[in-house]
Design a protein around this ligand. Structure first.
Ligand code: RAT
Ligand code: ZN
Length: 420
């Protein structure tokens, strides 16, 4: 049906973005068979590392050690008191908790943490996964799977049943960022590697990658890279990229995802909350994607300052797909600015968002909040077309939104959307 008025247009776009199921291309969530690797519930929500960093800002009296010695429940109590009771929770990470509790139907007027806890004690992980995926309208979740983590490896070894809603991504940070310590872990897994990359080491790294690809069937290989990531460069990292990651990605027909711009551990006392960001050299991205035009690259960058040049680089290289507003960019003002700019430069050939959820429940807020902004930006974009005399069919808008919320990803992979 053709859309006749601006009011109709806005209502249709908003509703379609709200109700279209999502493929969430990067999370830290796990299927139920991974046991306690899947985090969920109110104490996990409150102890999300984003909230830990915010809590310390209000508590100069609190020592890092004292905090880390508390039980998870005690940490959650302290964070709740500091960020939700002593102050109003309007930072994005705090607002997220409020959205989640509200969407679960809790009475927020009482602010009674014990009541929320009682609910989580009464529900099973399996039922809760079903409830959250349905409420968040997420059809597929891409996990972050680390073959260097012995605990996670144990889960893969146990041959647990696969849940088709949770798909794998092979994460290789230790290989590219911590070779000095990770080579011995490869050796323990039976690969003939040496610290200096000599002999059969590079072939053995390729064998390691191929073995894990066969085992996990990952949609892509991924790494987070520091803000000073350079390419080309005379370094272990770049040799492994050139001689192992690229050829294996090519052979397996899967993309290499680069998440660029992290400064790890600027405050180690904060643990996971102690990482920061820095502006990166877009030239490194430009050079690697244009050198390997037969390899697909998914790229997200952490610094706001890199966003425009990243979008322009994607215009020049069709093997580069830009995705998500990552981590410190996952805030409404920045999502709006970045999404607007990307749609203006790239049309719909982009993945506007991923959730990066670490806790299952967060799917509710990360997607609610992002959908509202994507919807708003699209209303403006279609509205501009409408003003210029372009009339749209509902079917065309539905197609575009399905693409943005998953279709673009699956087409880039060259695979059918398994949940379609
Ligand atoms: O967003 C986060 O929670 C970060 O801690 C990281 O996990 C980041 O997203 C990453 O994948 O390295
Ligand atoms: Zn992440």
């Amino acid at each position: 049906m053709t859309i006749a008025t601006k009011e109709q247009l806005n209502a249709f776009v908003t509703e379609t973005v709200r109700t279209t199921p999502v493929t969430d291309i990067h999370t830290h969530l796990f299927a139920e068979s991974f046991g306690d690797l899947l985090l969920w519930g109110v104490d996990e929500l409150l102890t999300y590392h984003y909230l830990i960093a915010e809590t310390f800002r209000f508590r100069p009296d609190l020592s890092y050690d004292a905090f880390w010695q508390l039980s998870k429940r005690e940490q959650a109590d302290l964070i709740w008191q500091t960020l939700f009771i002593d102050h109003s929770p309007y930072s994005e990470a705090c607002r997220g908790v409020v959205t989640v509790l509200n969407r679960l139907g809790f009475d927020l007027s009482k602010r009674d943490l014990e009541e929320y806890r009682a609910y989580f004690r009464s529900v099973s992980a399996g039922d809760y996964i079903d409830r959250i995926l349905k409420l968040a309208n997420v059809k597929t979740v891409v996990m972050t799977n680390d073959p260097f983590d012995a605990y996670e490896r144990g889960k893969w070894d146990s041959g647990a049943e696969q849940d088709p809603r949770f798909l794998a991504a092979l994460r290789i940070d230790p290989l590219l960022n911590l070779w000095d310590s990770s080579w011995s872990k490869l050796k323990e897994q039976g690969y003939e590697v040496g610290a200096d990359l000599s002999g059969v080491t590079l072939a053995e790294i390729r064998r390691f990658l191929k073995d894990w690809i066969a085992r996990m069937n990952p949609l892509y290989m991924a790494v987070s890279l520091p803000n000073d990531f350079a390419y080309p460069e005379d370094s272990v990292r770049v040799r492994i990229i050139d001689e192992c990651i690229v050829p294996v990605a090519r052979e397996a027909g899967i993309p290499f995802a680069m998440m660029i711009g992290v400064k790890r551990k600027v405050n180690p006392s904060l643990k996971d909350a102690g990482d920061s960001l820095g502006k990166s050299d877009i030239g490194a991205v430009e050079r690697i994607v244009s050198k390997y035009q037969d390899v697909k690259f998914l790229v997200t960058m952490l610094s706001r300052e890199n966003q425009h040049e990243l979008a322009v680089t994607a215009r020049k290289n069709r093997n580069l797909l830009v995705f998500g507003c990552w981590w410190f960019l996952n805030n409404p003002s920045l999502i709006e600015e970045i999404t607007r700019m990307r749609l203006e430069l790239l049309g719909g050939s982009v993945i506007p968002q991923h959730s990066d959820c670490r806790i299952l429940d967060q799917l509710l807020y990360k997607w609610d909040h992002s959908r509202a902004i994507i919807g708003k930006v699209l209303c403006d974009k279609y509205g501009d077309l409408f003003d210029a005399g372009w009339r749209l069919e509902e079917e065309e808008i539905r197609r575009d939104i399905e693409d943005l919320l998953g279709g673009v990803f699956w087409k880039f992979l060259g695979k059918p959307d398994p949940a379609a």
